[in-house]
Design a protein around this ligand. Sequence first.
Ligand code: ADP
Length: 334
Amino acid sequence: HRTVDPYADESERAAEAVLRPASLAEFNGQPRVSDQLGLVLAAARQRDAVADHVLLSGPPGLGKTTLAMIIAAEMSAPLRISSGPAIQHAGDLAAILSGLSEGEVLFLDEIHRMSRPAEELLYLAMEDFRVDVVVGKGPGATAIPIDIPRFTLVGATTRAGLLPGPLRDRFGFTAQLDFYDHTALRDILLRSAQTLGVDVVPDAAAEIARRSRGTPRITNRLLRRVRDFAQVRADGRVTLRLAQEALELFEVDHLGLDRLDRGVLEAVCRRFAGGPVGLSTLAISVGEEPETVEEVAEPFLVRQGLLMRTPRGRVATPAAWSHLGLTAPRGAPG
Ligand code: ADP
């Protein structure tokens, strides 16, 4: 299936797997989430119970899949991974659910993109650990209830608001992952550099962290690219100067905006005179799916104070104009 996350490339996935923290203790940068989740899991372990269902929301690359793996590890439970778009028929989900083992963790990525019938089947499964299998058609159809093993659902979504209320309400614990601060990303980078055996000087680490869009996945990806650059163009050691040159080559600017981010801002400023412009028009103009613009690019741009989402559409802020080196026309919004 097509995912909304343009960073979720297969080879990158494999490279990422090496750098995933394996326990809550190693999962840095989201202290509140770690504390709360740690407590929920410890309590379940003490009661010898299956952990409550967990909903993780936040932009791509902030650690939702990693946390699902950690939850399974901390509960010494097996993990099964699937995603909303992969489950189009309720029957697909019924098959997954009835195949789970007792206590298993089921990770459903992009859970907001599941089909409606599958969603309804999930309600009952989450609440009563039961699925209704419908046999026959029309007036003669009957629902046969089937018990399924007790399991922990870990749902991930880019925005909790995209989930229907009844589904959201069935999660016992909800965590909103936020963009990471620079210090946390620097620590993540230093740990990754150590794992990969890359020599990074401290100010280079800080610089790469600053330009990582608040996202650990991007920190690790930039580290790999800077490492390539250091290996081919220098002696492998990552100095500040070298990191800056490499980031420039890969078109990451000093705020960490990548091509998609800049494309969005430039479209709003240059083609739509600063806005307001509607999401679908904007998406067409940058050649992306609306979901990608909305769930991948915009959260960071809004967070950086470069873009505003208003009821009438997207509007560039004065900071956006100046970041692009443009002068806002008189009477421009923002
Ligand atoms: P998501 O599922 O939210 O898109 P992932 O869990 O796949 O994000 O995280 C992407 C990558 O970022 C992981 O492979 C991991 O290397 C790294 N990562 C995420 N969160 C952390 C963290 N708190 N500490 C260290 N690395 C992290």
